[in-house]
Design a protein around this ligand. Structure first.
Ligand code: TRP
Length: 337
């Protein structure tokens, strides 16, 4: 496409290693959907990355398709966004290999996610876990992405992607666009309901609200949400002193569009016993149409298949061009077919 009319490219992926939750929705997918007119958007299920930790094959397949249905139900319209499965575009693995040869052992050794995951999976510290960031760099650089919306935990991988892109460009000329991470402000992050100082995560299922969860389970989790042990017992926004209440206000604000001031007024004089179920109800009503739409889509396998087929075709078209250029630059003989 002509450079002048080229829309900026936005790209991100989520590993189908667990079911999508409220943090994924409010912190990521919901905002992605709002960018579709402004940017050329690519979103994928990072299934190859998921293999770095041992998976149950049937579940991985199920979650990958569910994630696609949930992306769509959360507002990522397939007509406006390129939605695909990472493993369907073989250029990811191929560029991943090349970039492995331009990523240093020392750099990979410094990645905190590698250190964390190695500690958690001490019996399976495999090569893929170690070289994960080179594959992620390939995901991003294949599409000449300008912006990569990710959580704070992926900042280090994005920085490494930039370093690798710059290193490669310094040797071979302008091959890759150097991407910028697009990280939401700390206040926009959804924290766990059981532990409001760490981000909502499937590894703490009691503090985590899944998109497909039943309303009564969501209600129960909000009723049990940890609030703060301060004595004033009022709904007031103070992230330092009252992280539990601040998190619930954050969630309530995100799903209702109300400001913190409006929320403080609304619950003036009410205790947490009124506030917590109200947040739960608001979340239930926000997730209800998403859950229903995702279930409807999941029953229509042919439609989902059409979406990921179209997505893989569009993605391959771009990925192929970048990979061809890279192969040529590094000195591989051009493929005869
Ligand atoms: N590593 C990301 C995570 O665990 C997922 C991911 C893989 C990704 N490839 C990506 C995110 C490319 C953004 C861009 O959350």
């Amino acid at each position: 496409m002509d450079n002048e009319i080229r829309k900026k490219v936005m790209l991100s992926g989520i590993q189908p290693s667990g079911d999508l939750h409220l943090g994924n929705y409010l912190g990521a997918v919901k905002n992605w959907g709002e960018r579709a007119d402004e940017f050329d958007c690519y979103y994928f299920m990072a299934d190859l990355h998921t293999l770095t930790v041992r998976q149950n094959p049937a579940e991985l397949r199920r979650r990958t398709l569910e994630q696609l249905a949930q992306y769509i139900a959360c507002g990522l319209e397939p007509e406006k966004n390129t939605l695909f499965v990472q493993s369907h575009v073989h250029e990811h693995a191929e560029l991943g290999w090349i970039l492995n040869c331009y990523t240093m052992f020392g750099e990979l050794s410094r990645m905190t996610q590698f250190k964390d995951k190695s500690a958690k999976n001490a019996d399976n510290i495999n090569g893929g876990l170690f070289t994960y960031p080179s594959l992620m760099a390939a995901d991003i650089l294949l599409y000449q992405a300008d912006f990569v919306p990710v959580g704070e935990d992926q900042r280090q991988h994005c920085e490494l992607t930039r370093d690798v892109a710059i290193r490669f460009n310094n040797i071979y000329g302008d091959v890759f666009r150097v991407p910028e991470p697009y990280i939401p402000k700390a206040g926009a992050r959804v924290m766990g309901l059981g532990n409001p100082v760490s981000k909502m995560s499937k590894s703490d299922p009691n503090g985590c609200v899944f998109l497909m969860e039943k309303p009564e389970d969501i209600a129960r989790k909000f009723k049990r949400a940890v609030t703060d042990s301060d004595t004033e017992h009022c709904v007031r926004y103070d992230r330092e002193a009252k992280p539990g209440v601040a998190n619930l206000m954050n969630i309530y604000s995100a799903v209702t569009g109300k400001t913190f001031e409006e929320i403080e007024k609304e619950f003036d004089g009410c205790g947490y016993g009124v506030f917590k179920p109200a947040v739960g109800d608001a979340v239930i009503e926000t997730l209800r149409p998403i859950r229903e739409e995702a279930s409807r889509l999941l029953a229509d396998k042919a439609y989902l298949q059409q979406v990921y087929t179209d997505g893989a075709e569009k993605a391959s078209h771009i990925a192929r061009k970048t990979l061809r250029k890279v192969y040529k630059k590094v000195g591989l003989v051009e493929k005869p077919f």
